[in-house]
Design a protein around this ligand. Structure first.
Ligand SMILES: Nc1ncnc2c1ncn2[C@@H]1O[C@H](COP(=O)(O)OP(=O)(O)O)[C@@H](O)[C@H]1O
Ligand SMILES: Cc1ncc(C[n+]2csc(CCOP(=O)(O)OP(=O)(O)O)c2C)c(N)n1
Ligand SMILES: [Mg+2]
Length: 339
């Protein structure tokens, strides 16, 4: 007999995909990308995604301020719309809650969701409530749109010779999480930036729009599970490989300081830490630099070229010219080796 823990999260998604066939001519992208995509009103495609925040899996109730939890609940979904270059429009909120939860705590969660919704132009239009005896679940279905004049920014779009780019500073959220879960109050104050990156991730919506507006079919994914894990989803979908030199990865001063103090390799959180919600994308060399410049100009977010797409499948990592292997790729909900 085999168990879910052996099949793993992505193995089970494959089984689900194999179980349900689709035939609607309206459907442009089903299971396998950041959002499902179907034909929408004139001039637009409709995007749909859902992601849940589950107590003790994605957050600890006692450690996460409810207002920031609320923001996070919506932000992780906005990030999936950003990963299609789209604009979020409507949300449905589905919660499984314990009856003894304080009303004040829940009001703060709602306030956080509302603030994030207003920031990104999302209107809440429905949802569902259920009681639960154990872990809290906050599930959001988010509906968005992207102009049909732009090519879809699918995971399968990477081509040999493309550059691989990433926004911001991946790894910061994972360091922040470790401090929130295990650190002292003093560390939480000192590494405030890292903790903020974990508590309140900032979806790269405007950055995704710049990529869409380039009109080029870049491959795009948001980094929720870890850079290597999500990069391998993109490579598998595109049936290509990648070469990365670790020296090209963005290493922020805070990650460096955190790694030094904890005695860990700073590249570990960068490569395998999840929940940064940075955008990871590919573009041909002639476009890569322009996107870097335009994203930085319009949003202030730095963008880094971290690798090159190659024909030979798989991830090849080099450190100071020598090939290295990293066995921890990132988060897998049921598998072994959870980062
Ligand atoms: N239970 C499920 N049933 C159908 N499709 C699923 C299920 N879970 C995940 N998927 C699909 O598998 C793909 C990968 O999921 P996931 O890794 O959660 O993506 P993301 O990081 O964008 O949230 C997505 O297209 C998602 O819609
Ligand atoms: C208490 C706690 N432990 C561990 C984590 C780290 N963590 C939980 S889920 C996850 C991966 C991302 O979540 P997932 O539900 O897989 O998002 P998706 O890929 O579907 O967008 C990570 C890094 C956390 N946020 N909180
Ligand atoms: Mg998901």
């Amino acid at each position: 007999m085999s168990y879910l823990g052996e099949i793993g999260e992505f193995g089970f998604i494959e089984r689900i995909k194999a179980t349900f066939s689709t035939s609607s001519p309206l459907l442009l992208q089903g299971i396998g990308d950041d959002c499902a995509v179907f034909k929408g009103r004139e001039g637009w495609h409709t995007l749909v995604t859902c992601d849940a925040q589950v107590e003790d899996v994605h957050f600890k109730t006692g450690l996460f301020p409810p207002f920031l939890l609320g923001r996070r609940i919506l932000a992780v979904n906005v990030s999936d719309i950003a990963a299609m270059g789209g604009l979020p429009r409507f949300a449905l909120l589905s919660f499984a809650l314990r009856p003894e939860l304080e009303e004040k705590w829940l009001s703060e969660v709602l306030r956080g969701i509302k603030e994030e919704a207003e920031r990104f132009g999302v209107e809440v239009i429905g949802g569902n409530l259920s009681s639960i005896a154990s872990s809290l679940v906050f599930d959001v279905t988010l509906i968005g749109e992207v102009e049909s004049k732009y090519p879809l920014l699918l995971r399968k779009n990477a081509r040999v010779g493309d550059r691989v780019l990433i926004t911001g500073y991946p790894g910061e959220a994972a360091c922040g999480l470790q401090i929130i879960l295990e650190g002292s109050q003093e560390e939480i104050v000192r590494f405030e930036r890292l903790c903020r990156r974990c508590f309140a991730p900032s979806p790269r919506l405007e950055e995704g729009r710049v990529i869409a507006e380039s009109g080029y079919p870049c491959a795009l994914i948001d980094v929720s599970d870890g850079l290597l894990q999500d990069l391998s989803h993109l490579l598998d979908a595109s049936q290509v490989g990648v070469v990365i030199h670790l020296e090209d990865l963005p290493l922020s001063g805070e990650v460096q300081e955190f790694a030094r103090e904890k005695g860990i390799d700073p590249f570990l959180p960068i490569l395998s830490g999840g929940e940064d919600f940075e955008l990871l994308f590919t573009a041909p060399p002639w476009l890569a630099e322009e996107l870097q410049r335009e994203i930085q100009r319009r949003t202030g977010t730095p963008v880094w070229v971290i690798g090159e797409v190659v024909e030979e499948r798989g991830l090849r990592l080099y450190r100071e010219g020598k090939e290295v292997s990293i066995d921890r790729r990132g988060w897998n909900h049921f598998g072994r080796g959870r980062a």
